[in-house]
Design a protein around this ligand. Structure first.
Ligand SMILES: Cc1cc2nc3c(=O)[nH]c(=O)nc-3n(C[C@H](O)[C@H](O)[C@H](O)COP(=O)(O)O)c2cc1C
Length: 166
C-alpha cells in the first residue's frame, strides 16, 4: 500500500486527539498534515484521509474553509479518499456532521473515488446532509457524546479502507 496522506482541520482541538489515534494505528503508513499549513502536499498522495469537524450549521471547519477554493481546483482522478467527520449529535443534531458532504461532493465532482461509507446505526440525530444510500459519507466520530467508541470506530474503519487503498 502506498503512503496515506491524512489532512485535518481543527478549531477547538478535539480533532487533534482523533488524529493522534489515527497516527497510533497507521504509524509510518501515513503522513499527517494540518490544513492550517496549507494543502500543497495533497497532490503527492493517491491514498487520502480527510478529516473535518462541522461548524456553523453543518459547514466546514474554519481552516478547511480557508483552503477550500484551492481544494476545488485539484484533480482527484486516480485518488482514493476516505472522509472523517466530527460533530455532536446532541447539540447539533439538526446539522450533524454536515461538513462531510462538502468534501464528498467536491472529491466526486473532481474525479476521486470515495471509500469508507459507514452505517448510521448507533448514532442518534435529527438531520444529516452527509448521508448517501442510507450510509454516512465517511467515518463519523462524536467526541462530545461517544468518545469511548472512537478508538474502536477508527480501528474498524481503517481495517476496511486499507483493503481499498492502492
Ligand atoms: C459553534 C459550533 C458549531 C458547531 N456546529 C456543528 C454542526 O453543525 N454539526 C455538528 O455535527 N457539530 C457541530 N459542532 C460540534 C463540533 O463539530 C465538535 O465539537 C467537534 O468535535 C469540534 O472539533 P474541533 O475541536 O477539532 O474543532 C459545532 C461546534 C461549535 C462550537
Amino acid at each position: 500500500m502506498k503512503k496515506i496522506g491524512l489532512f485535518y482541520g481543527t478549531t477547538g482541538g478535539r480533532t487533534t486527539g482523533v488524529v493522534d489515534e489515527f497516527e497510533f494505528n497507521l504509524r509510518e503508513e501515513a503522513e499527517i498534515f494540518n490544513v492550517e499549513n496549507g494543502i500543497a502536499k495533497l497532490t503527492e498522495f493517491e491514498n487520502l484521509i480527510l478529516v473535518t469537524p462541522s461548524y456553523g450549521f453543518g459547514e466546514l471547519e474554519a481552516h478547511w474553509e480557508e483552503v477550500i477554493e484551492e481544494f476545488k481546483t485539484l484533480d482527484f482522478t486516480g485518488k482514493i479518499v476516505g472522509l472523517v467527520g466530527l460533530g455532536s449529535q446532541t447539540t447539533f443534531g439538526e446539522s450533524f456532521v454536515g461538513a462531510l458532504e462538502v468534501l464528498y461532493n467536491i472529491v466526486l465532482k473532481k474525479g476521486g473515488k470515495i471509500i469508507g461509507l459507514t452505517s448510521t446505526d448507533g448514532y442518534n440525530f435529527e438531520e444529516c446532509e452527509a448521508i448517501v444510500d442510507n450510509k454516512f459519507m465517511g467515518l463519523v466520530l462524536d467526541e462530545e457524546n461517544q468518545d469511548d467508541m472512537t478508538a474502536d470506530r477508527i480501528f474498524d474503519w481503517l481495517e476496511e479502507i486499507k483493503k481499498e487503498f492502492i
